[in-house]
Design a protein around this ligand. Structure first.
Ligand code: HEC
Length: 135
C-alpha cells in the first residue's frame, strides 16, 4: 500500500497536472487588442483581405485544416470541426479572435511561423466586425 506521504505527493502531482492543462486553455481576454471604432465593417471589404493573406493557405479552396474555410462569409459562419468560430456578437468569446490573437500558443493561428499573423490593428478590426454582427 502507499504511505500517507506518497498519497499526498500523488494528489499534488494530479492537481498540478490538472492546473497546467486548464491553465493553457484559459486566455486572458483583457489582453486582446481593443475593438476598433471603425463603423460599417464588412467581410467582403475589410475581413476577407486579412484572411486571404494570413489564413487562406490552410483554410481556403485548396486545404481545409480543421474542416474550416474562411474564404466566404457563409463558410466562416458555419465554422469548423469544433463548431462555430463566432459567438454571436461577443468577439472576446469567438474562437477566431482568440486563435488569431496568438495569446495561447497551443491554439495560435496561423500556427507559429507558418504565415503572417494578424497585426494588432487587424485583430481590432476583426473584433469590430463581429461586434457589429459579422455582416
Ligand atoms: C499553415 C496552416 C494554417 C494557417 C495559415 C492557418 N491555420 Fe487555422 N488551422 C490549421 C490547422 C492545422 C488547424 C486544425 C488543427 C488545430 O486545431 O490545430 C486549424 C484550425 C483552425 C481553427 C479551429 C477550427 C475548428 O473548428 O477546430 C480556427 C478557428 C482557425 N484555424 C483559424 C485560423 C485563422 C483565423 C487563420 C488566419 C489568421 C488561420 N487559421 C491560419 C492550420 C492553419
Amino acid at each position: 500500500m502507499f504511505s500517507k506521504n506518497q498519497r499526498i505527493a500523488m494528489g499534488a502531482t494530479i492537481c498540478v497536472a490538472f492546473l497546467s492543462v486548464s491553465g493553457s486553455a484559459e486566455i486572458d481576454t483583457s489582453k486582446l487588442p481593443p475593438v476598433s471604432t471603425k463603423t460599417g465593417v464588412t467581410y467582403e471589404k475589410d475581413i476577407k483581405p486579412l484572411f486571404e493573406k494570413s489564413c487562406f493557405k490552410c483554410h481556403g479552396s485548396e486545404k481545409q485544416k480543421g474542416k474550416l474555410r474562411l474564404d466566404s462569409l457563409d463558410a466562416v459562419m458555419k465554422g469548423g470541426e469544433s463548431g462555430k468560430i463566432i459567438e454571436g456578437k461577443d468577439s472576446s468569446k469567438s474562437s477566431v479572435v482568440l486563435s488569431a490573437s496568438g495569446l495561447d500558443e497551443d491554439t495560435a493561428m496561423p500556427p507559429k511561423g507558418k504565415a503572417d499573423p494578424l497585426t494588432l490593428e487587424q485583430q481590432s478590426l476583426l473584433r469590430a466586425w463581429i461586434e457589429q454582427g459579422a455582416k
